[in-house]
Design a protein around this ligand. Structure first.
Ligand SMILES: [Zn+2]
Ligand SMILES: [Zn+2]
Length: 124
Protein backbone atom coordinates (compact mmCIF):
# COMPACT_ATOMS: atom_id res chain seq x y z
CA UNK A 1 0.00 0.00 0.00
CA UNK A 2 1.28 3.49 -0.82
CA UNK A 3 0.87 6.58 1.29
CA UNK A 4 -2.13 8.56 0.01
CA UNK A 5 -0.38 11.83 0.86
CA UNK A 6 3.24 11.52 -0.25
CA UNK A 7 3.04 8.30 -2.36
CA UNK A 8 5.93 6.59 -0.56
CA UNK A 9 5.51 2.95 0.46
CA UNK A 10 3.85 2.06 3.76
CA UNK A 11 5.17 -0.67 6.04
CA UNK A 12 3.27 -2.74 8.59
CA UNK A 13 4.10 -1.97 12.18
CA UNK A 14 2.61 -3.88 15.06
CA UNK A 15 1.81 -2.90 18.60
CA UNK A 16 0.94 -6.02 20.54
CA UNK A 17 -1.36 -7.87 18.10
CA UNK A 18 -2.65 -4.80 16.30
CA UNK A 19 -1.02 -4.03 12.97
CA UNK A 20 -1.17 -0.62 11.34
CA UNK A 21 0.56 0.86 8.28
CA UNK A 22 3.21 3.54 8.62
CA UNK A 23 4.57 5.60 5.72
CA UNK A 24 8.30 5.23 5.12
CA UNK A 25 8.35 8.76 3.67
CA UNK A 26 6.26 11.15 5.76
CA UNK A 27 5.54 8.94 8.77
CA UNK A 28 1.76 9.15 8.33
CA UNK A 29 -0.25 6.31 9.92
CA UNK A 30 -3.09 4.26 8.44
CA UNK A 31 -5.55 2.49 10.73
CA UNK A 32 -8.21 0.12 9.50
CA UNK A 33 -11.68 0.45 11.04
CA UNK A 34 -11.60 0.62 14.84
CA UNK A 35 -7.85 -0.04 15.08
CA UNK A 36 -7.34 3.53 16.06
CA UNK A 37 -9.77 3.29 18.98
CA UNK A 38 -8.25 -0.03 20.02
CA UNK A 39 -4.74 1.38 20.02
CA UNK A 40 -5.66 4.62 21.68
CA UNK A 41 -6.87 2.69 24.69
CA UNK A 42 -3.54 0.92 25.13
CA UNK A 43 -0.71 2.20 27.24
CA UNK A 44 2.51 2.85 25.32
CA UNK A 45 0.96 2.55 21.85
CA UNK A 46 2.22 6.04 20.92
CA UNK A 47 5.55 4.28 20.24
CA UNK A 48 4.28 3.47 16.72
CA UNK A 49 4.14 7.17 15.86
CA UNK A 50 7.80 7.76 15.04
CA UNK A 51 7.42 10.38 12.28
CA UNK A 52 8.33 14.04 12.61
CA UNK A 53 5.39 16.10 13.73
CA UNK A 54 6.66 19.09 11.69
CA UNK A 55 6.24 16.95 8.56
CA UNK A 56 2.82 15.86 9.78
CA UNK A 57 1.71 19.44 10.34
CA UNK A 58 2.75 20.33 6.78
CA UNK A 59 0.80 17.32 5.46
CA UNK A 60 -2.30 18.48 7.32
CA UNK A 61 -2.85 20.82 4.38
CA UNK A 62 -3.37 17.83 2.06
CA UNK A 63 -7.03 17.03 2.58
CA UNK A 64 -8.09 15.90 -0.86
CA UNK A 65 -7.09 12.28 -1.46
CA UNK A 66 -8.64 8.87 -1.96
CA UNK A 67 -8.67 5.99 0.51
CA UNK A 68 -5.55 3.85 -0.05
CA UNK A 69 -7.56 0.70 0.75
CA UNK A 70 -10.79 1.04 -1.19
CA UNK A 71 -10.44 4.36 -3.12
CA UNK A 72 -13.47 5.73 -1.33
CA UNK A 73 -13.77 9.42 -0.44
CA UNK A 74 -11.89 10.59 2.64
CA UNK A 75 -13.71 12.97 4.96
CA UNK A 76 -11.93 15.44 7.20
CA UNK A 77 -12.72 14.86 10.85
CA UNK A 78 -11.94 16.85 13.96
CA UNK A 79 -11.30 15.05 17.20
CA UNK A 80 -14.12 15.91 19.62
CA UNK A 81 -11.86 16.01 22.66
CA UNK A 82 -8.88 17.66 20.99
CA UNK A 83 -10.24 19.85 18.19
CA UNK A 84 -6.75 21.00 17.14
CA UNK A 85 -6.25 17.49 15.74
CA UNK A 86 -7.60 16.97 12.25
CA UNK A 87 -7.59 13.63 10.58
CA UNK A 88 -9.18 11.94 7.59
CA UNK A 89 -11.58 9.02 7.63
CA UNK A 90 -12.82 6.91 4.70
CA UNK A 91 -16.59 7.21 4.25
CA UNK A 92 -16.72 3.69 2.78
CA UNK A 93 -14.43 1.38 4.76
CA UNK A 94 -13.97 3.48 7.89
CA UNK A 95 -10.17 3.48 7.71
CA UNK A 96 -8.37 6.47 9.22
CA UNK A 97 -5.29 8.41 8.18
CA UNK A 98 -3.31 10.32 10.78
CA UNK A 99 -0.37 12.59 9.97
CA UNK A 100 2.93 11.99 11.73
CA UNK A 101 2.80 13.11 15.35
CA UNK A 102 -0.99 13.21 15.59
CA UNK A 103 -1.40 9.84 17.26
CA UNK A 104 1.20 10.78 19.85
CA UNK A 105 -0.59 14.08 20.33
CA UNK A 106 -3.84 12.20 21.02
CA UNK A 107 -2.17 10.07 23.56
CA UNK A 108 -0.52 12.73 25.63
CA UNK A 109 -2.91 15.46 26.41
CA UNK A 110 -0.93 18.30 27.93
CA UNK A 111 -2.18 21.42 29.72
CA UNK A 112 -1.16 23.36 26.60
CA UNK A 113 -3.55 21.19 24.60
CA UNK A 114 -6.37 21.91 27.02
CA UNK A 115 -5.87 25.65 26.63
CA UNK A 116 -5.58 25.37 22.85
CA UNK A 117 -8.80 23.36 22.66
CA UNK A 118 -10.62 25.66 24.99
CA UNK A 119 -9.65 28.56 22.71
CA UNK A 120 -10.67 26.64 19.61
CA UNK A 121 -14.11 25.99 21.09
CA UNK A 122 -14.53 29.57 22.27
CA UNK A 123 -13.98 30.88 18.73
CA UNK A 124 -17.30 31.62 17.01
ZN1 LIG B 1 3.60 9.51 3.33
ZN1 LIG C 1 -11.72 3.03 2.35
Amino acid sequence: MDCPKCKAGMESVAFEEIEVERCTGCGGLWFDTLEQEELRARRGSEAIDTGYSARGRANNAIGNFKCPRCHGAMIRMVDHLQPHIWYEQCSTCGGTYLDAGEFKDYKDRTPADLIRDWRAKARP
